[in-house]
Design a protein around this ligand. Structure first.
Ligand code: NAX
Length: 326
């Protein structure tokens, strides 16, 4: 058996974590041969609820769960961690403007970035789930100058998985038949789910759907899926978000499928003309615990316009918190 690795989860008493933690502890994220120590961060008023979650984790008697740490102090929860799933965030309250939301979260993610910089393992892999995820990841990254910016990512895997299912339904296939799906940009309603590279049973997806469906059905359905779930369920996506976080981390740690790629919001190196330093979702492949942006994807005029719109939104979010960045 391997030595245990330390995995931090923030917002650990929240609804996403209630699906997420049990799957990490059962080995679905890092493999059935990898023991984990869960290091759980919550705000002080939620520590009692967190205790209940930790009791349930114990009661599962997971063979791979080698320990549980509970804290409201990020320097305790992030000590020596190799994986961080930053799920906790400030939700939008009544009357709160977008700017207020960005600022409230900037405070949280600055502090967590600093704590990661101080105490996490130098190879820590960070996934930000809490919204606005891309900009929260950027803020954490900028506050962790001693860590490689490539260690910071944000989640667009839920959007990616939603797109896979929509296309499978439309083409009468299953998600197993689909490859080369891409989500570009921000995890928000400006994201661009791109089918131009996607394949269904090895054939071009765009040849199997009408342009009209692509533009007026597929793209808005994927972009608005989070809102549709809230409307139907009366609560935001939780199990599917947890599932996407598992998929994101598993692929990053253990590799993407041969001959395919996934979507991750990562530190832009200027690929596809996207401003350097934004945390932007690209098609990526992962191997040996590292990710790489897929190069050479053809971008037509339609795609370029949508990629630029979501880039613009990310640049605006960054500028709105610029005064809080180091
Ligand atoms: P919940 O409100 O159920 O849980 C959030 C938890 O975070 C709470 O227990 C809260 O006490 C804790 N928390 C707040 N501030 C914290 C801090 N500074 N340190 C540690 N913990 C803190 O929300 P949940 O439904 O679990 O969603 C969590 C986040 O995921 C939200 O920001 C949500 O918008 C975001 N989502 C992101 C998605 C994505 O695809 N990137 C999709 C699902 C989800 O909407």
């Amino acid at each position: 058996m391997k030595a245990p690795v330390r995995v931090a989860v923030t917002g650990a008493a929240g609804q996403i974590s209630y699906s997420l933690l049990f799957r990490i502890a059962s080995g679905e994220m890092l493999g059935k041969d990898q023991p984990v120590i869960l290091q759980l961060l919550e705000i002080t008023p939620a520590l009692e609820a967190l205790k209940g979650v930790a009791m349930e984790l114990e009661d599962c008697a997971f063979p791979l769960l080698a320990g549980i740490v509970q804290s409201d102090d990020a320097t305790v929860a992030f000590k020596d961690i190799e994986y961080a799933l930053l799920v906790g965030a400030r939700p939008r309250g009544p009357g709160m403007e977008r700017k207020d939301l960005l600022e409230a979260n900037a405070a949280i993610f600055s502090a967590q970035g600093k704590a990661l910089n101080e105490v996490a393992a130098r190879n820590v892999k960070v996934l930000v789930v809490g919204n606005p995820a891309n900009t929260n990841a950027l803020i954490a990254q900028r506050n962790a100058p001693d860590l490689d910016p490539r260690n910071f990512t944000a989640m667009t895997r839920l959007d990616h998985n939603r797109a896979l299912s929509q296309l499978a339904n439309k083409t009468g296939s299953t998600v197993n038949d689909i490859t080369h799906m891409t989500i570009w940009g921000n995890h928000s309603a400006t994201q661009y789910p791109d089918l131009h590279q996607a394949k269904v049973k090895g054939e071009d997806a765009m040849g199997k759907v009408e342009q009209e469906w692509y533009e007026t059905d597929f793209i808005p359905t994927v972009q608005q899926r989070g809102a549709a779930i809230i409307k139907a369920r009366g609560a935001s996506s939780a199990a599917s978000a947890a599932n996407a976080a598992i998929d994101h981390m598993r692929d990053w740690a253990l590799g993407t499928a041969e001959g395919d790629w996934t979507s991750m919001a990562v530190y832009s190196d200027g690929s596809y003309g996207i401003q350097e330093g934004l945390i932007y979702s690209f098609p990526v492949t992962c191997k040996n615990g590292d990710w790489e942006i897929v190069q050479g994807v053809d971008i037509n005029e339609f795609s370029r316009e949508k990629m630029t719109a979501t880039e613009q939104e990310l640049a605006e979010e960054r500028d709105a918190v610029a005064h809080l960045l180091p």
